[in-house]
Every structure is written in C-alpha cells, then in structure tokens.
Design a protein around this ligand. Structure first.
Ligand code: HEM
Ligand SMILES: *[C@@H]1O[C@H](CO)[C@@H](O)[C@H](O)[C@H]1NC(C)=O
Ligand SMILES: *[C@@H]1O[C@H](CO)[C@@H](O)[C@H](O)[C@H]1NC(C)=O
Ligand SMILES: *[C@@H]1O[C@H](CO)[C@@H](O)[C@H](O)[C@H]1NC(C)=O
Ligand SMILES: *[C@@H]1O[C@H](CO)[C@@H](O)[C@H](O)[C@H]1NC(C)=O
Ligand SMILES: *[C@@H]1O[C@H](CO)[C@@H](O)[C@H](O)[C@H]1NC(C)=O
Ligand SMILES: *[C@@H]1O[C@H](CO)[C@@H](O)[C@H](O)[C@H]1NC(C)=O
Ligand SMILES: CC(=O)N[C@H]1CO[C@H](CO)[C@@H](O)[C@@H]1O
Length: 355
C-alpha cells in the first residue's frame, strides 16, 4: 500500500517535470509587441525554421562552441539599440560601429559568417523576406535547444536597422563583467527586465567561454574572497600574472561547459562563478533565492529563461515600414551599390521600401 502510494508520487512528479520541460509551442502568457507575430513567415517562408535548424545542427556537430557565440550575438544585438541586426554591420565612414566597441572585442568572428550564410540560404529559398535580426533571434533560439536547453517559439517579423549604434551607446548598454548585482539589476531594469529575468538571462553563461581580461581583476592584485580557493588557483594558472598579460580563455560553467542546463547556478552556489557579475547574483540577498531556486529546479530555470528571452528578443524592434531587410547582413542596403542599381531596375514596391 505504502509503496504504491509512493510510486504514484514518483509518477506524478515525473509528469509534472515532463510537462514543464516541454515549453514547445507559443507560451500563451508571453506578450508580443505590435508588428511581430508567432506565424510571421509561415506563408512567405514556410521552410525558414527548418533551414536554420538543419544548418546549425550541422555546424554545432563540428563545433559546439559556435552555439555560445550565436547566443551572445543576439544578446548584444538586442541590448544596444534594440534587436535590429545593427551589431552585424561592418564599420563604415560613419564611425566606429557596434562591432568595434570594446565589449564586442570577443564576439566570435565566425558567428557573423554563420548568420550571413543562413540569410543567404533563407533568401535563396524564399526571396528577401526575412531580416538578419530575425535570423539572429532564431539562431540564438536554436543554439539554446541544440545545446540541450528548452525548445520554444519566438515572435518574428523584426526589420533590420538603418543606423549604427555608436561606440558610446554600446559601452553604455552592455554592463561590464566587473559589475555587482546592484549594477546589473539597475542596468537591466532600464530595459524593463526584472530580477527574475536578470538571473534567468545570466544563465546564458551555462555555455561558452571568457577571456582572462574579463575576470583577472578578481585574481590580481588581490584575490576576490568570495571565490573558491581551488577555482581561483586554477584560474591563476590559466591567466598567469600580468605582465605578460594573458588572453587565454576558460569555460563559463565548469561543471557542464557545453551543455545548456542549470549547472551554472550550482557553480554560483559553490563560489565558482567566473565573473563578478555572475557570482554576485548569489552573494546579493536581492537575487540569492532566485539563484538557489534555479539550481534545484532546472524546469523552473528553463521556464523563466524562455520568458526572459522572448522579452529580450523584442526590445525596441523595428517592424512594418520601419527598417529594411538587408540583402547582406553586414551592409545596409543603401551602402550597397550593386543592390541599389538592381533595385532601380526592379519593381516600384521594393524601391519605396528603401526610402
Ligand atoms: C547580465 C549581464 C552580462 C554580462 C556582464 C555579460 C558578460 C559577458 C562576458 C564578459 C563574456 C565573455 C567575454 C570574453 O571575455 O570573451 C560573456 C560571454 C557570454 N555571454 Fe554574457 N554577459 C551578460 C549577459 C548575457 C546574456 C543575457 C546572455 C544570453 C542570454 C549572455 C550570453 C553569453 C554567452 C553565451 C557567452 C559566451 C560566448 C562565447 O563563448 O563566445 N550573456 N558575457
Ligand atoms: C584576445 O582574443 C580575442 C578573441 O580571440 C581577440 O579578438 C583579441 O584581439 C585578443 N586580444 C589581445 C590583446 O590579444
Ligand atoms: C563618448 O563617451 C566619451 C567618454 O565617456 C565622451 O568623452 C564622448 O564625448 C562621448 N561621445 C559622444 C559622441 O557622445
Ligand atoms: C555596486 O557597484 C556600485 C558601482 O560600481 C557601487 O557604487 C555600489 O556600492 C556597489 N554595491 C554593493 C552592494 O557592493
Ligand atoms: C595559458 O593557459 C595554459 C593552460 O591552459 C597555461 O599553461 C599557460 O601558461 C597560459 N598562458 C599564459 C600566458 O597565462
Ligand atoms: C557582404 O558584405 C561583405 C562586406 O561588405 C562582403 O565581404 C561579403 O562578400 C558580402 N557577402 C555577400 C554574400 O555578398
Ligand atoms: C549587394 O546586393 C546584392 C543584391 O541584392 C547582393 O547579392 C550582395 O550580396 C550585396 N553585396 C554587398 C557587398 O552588400
Ligand atoms: C568579431 C568582431 O568583429 N569583433 C570586433 C570587435 O571589436 C574589435 C575592436 O575593438 C575588432 O577588432 C573585432 O574585429
């Protein structure tokens, strides 16, 4: 009798965890901004999502690190001037672009190539109907899923921006890894992200790498006392004391560096977070309980992460008649001579879009 009751308990616990892990489909609670929709490209480019997923699956099979690069690219795009693909633009006569600003130093060069290659495949199939910003958002979504994280739908319909973000805007909108939790919370609150969103989004650091300069201030001249001793010694070996400064890299999540799971929060509880901005989420009483709740409940983390990503993915998006769909993700259409010539010879419809 007792054993069948406990068996029932186990089964219902399993059912609950299964139902909360499957976040697939449009979360009904998610707010969709005007101009975006869950089915935006359904009739104009029905193969969009399968093209992106199939190609990324192939790329990640060879190098799973690219998943982290693509996830971070979407974050950088959205935080500076909105999710408008402006991070993809090459610098131009109009001044140093987002790509060239200090926090972008360590964006992976290959992530940019992967995005434009996906764009080419999608445009070959459907014509120029999907923006680079949407492709970045889809690539980040697939990076999460193909690394072991939740699968989920995202609203689509973003247009690509016409303006570069300045170096100053880039620096002002991307908080440095030396920030404490109060600073991170304040910075992200300006984007309407609450403490749960902040802790969940920081869980993006469950995959990927960081360069020594992002965390050596915690090692030299004196060691951050909140850092686990053994962990600190290992990091000191990877980043030998300056000079000479080391540009070595190490993983952001020492437990499961390439798997999208909740082990990042377990790291934080063991004082093995790599950046101050990570570790202080556990030190600070304002966010400590959230970290703990994610460390003990992966389904909860996935649920809150999806919610926060959908929110982040809609920051200051351009939709409808605003913005354009680039024919090359690193160049505005107005900067592309061959594109302009081709357009003038082509239909009236597309020309008016350029204005
Ligand atoms: C909350 C503020 C954040 C700070 C201060 C921050 C800071 C950083 C820093 C300094 C790096 C390593 C750069 C390097 O040294 O190479 C990094 C990497 C990374 N970040 Fe964040 N980040 C934040 C939020 C996010 C968010 C919201 C996401 C996505 C949801 C994210 C995803 C990543 C990923 C995946 C990597 C690894 C990239 C790679 O391996 O190429 N980060 N972040
Ligand atoms: C450090 O590595 C990154 C990426 O690998 C590179 O972009 C950067 O120029 C390097 N910095 C130095 C000082 O070598
Ligand atoms: C950018 O920031 C720097 C340093 O904070 C400042 O000196 C400069 O005037 C700013 N430039 C613009 C265009 O706002
Ligand atoms: C967090 O950092 C800010 C600015 O860098 C500083 O003014 C503040 O005192 C710090 N807060 C805590 C709780 O350490
Ligand atoms: C880079 O890291 C390796 C170990 O991963 C270490 O042997 C080497 O000394 C490091 N280089 C520097 C300059 O810190
Ligand atoms: C896109 O533009 C970049 C930089 O201007 C150029 O190097 C690249 O070849 C272009 N890509 C395609 C597919 O034309
Ligand atoms: C310019 O536009 C053409 C036609 O849309 C496109 O194929 C090409 O990749 C673009 N080149 C650059 C450098 O942007
Ligand atoms: C990938 C990429 O374009 N990174 C750029 C980030 O900014 C630095 C300069 O600060 C450039 O050298 C990198 O090429």
């Amino acid at each position: 009798m007792a054993s069948s009751a406990s068996l029932l308990l186990v089964i219902s616990a399993l059912l609950i965890s299964i139902s909360s892990v499957c976040v697939s489909g449009a979360p009904t609670s998610a707010h969709v901004v005007k101009g975006l929709s869950w089915t935006f490209h359904e009739s104009t480019c029905p193969k969009l999502e399968s093209i992106v997923r199939k190609q990324l699956k192939k790329i990640f099979k060879e190098d799973i690190g690219q998943a982290a690069g693509l996830l971070r690219l979407h974050f950088h795009d959205c935080f500076v001037q909105g999710c408008d693909g402006s991070v993809l633009l090459d610098g131009s006569h109009s001044g140093p672009s987002e790509k060239d600003a200090p926090p972008n130093l360590t964006l992976r060069a290959r992530a940019f190539k992967i995005i434009d290659d996906l764009r080419r495949r999608v445009h070959e199939e459907c014509g120029r109907v999907v923006s680079c910003a949407d492709i970045v958002a889809l690539a980040a979504r697939d990076a999460v899923f193909l690394s072991g994280g939740p699968d989920y739908d995202i609203p689509l319909g973003r247009k690509d921006g016409l303006n570069f973000a300045t170096r100053n805007a880039t620096v002002a909108n991307l908080p440095p890894p030396t920030s404490n939790a109060s600073a991170i919370l304040a910075s992200l609150a300006t984007k309407n992200l609450d403490p749960t969103d902040v802790v969940a989004l920081s869980g993006g650091h469950t995959i990927g790498i960081g360069h020594c300069p992002s965390f050596t201030p915690r090692l030299y001249p004196s060691q951050d006392p909140t850092m686990d001793e053994t962990f600190a010694n290992d990091l000191k070996h990877i980043c030998s004391p300056p000079p000479p400064d080391s540009n070595n890299t190490t993983v952001l999540d020492i437990r499961t560096p390439n798997k999208f799971d909740n082990k990042y929060y377990v790291d934080l509880m063991n004082r093995q977070g790599l950046f101050t901005s990570d570790q202080d989420l556990y030190t600070d009483a304002k966010t400590r309980d959230i970290v703990e709740s994610f460390a003990i409940d992966q389904a909860l983390f996935f649920d809150k992460f999806v919610h926060a990503m959908i929110k982040m993915g809609q920051l200051s998006v351009l939709t409808g008649r605003h913005g354009e769909i680039r024919s090359n993700c690193s160049v505005r259409n107005s900067d592309n001579k061959s594109f302009l010539t081709y357009m003038v010879e082509d239909d009236e419809e597309s020309r008016s879009e350029l204005r």
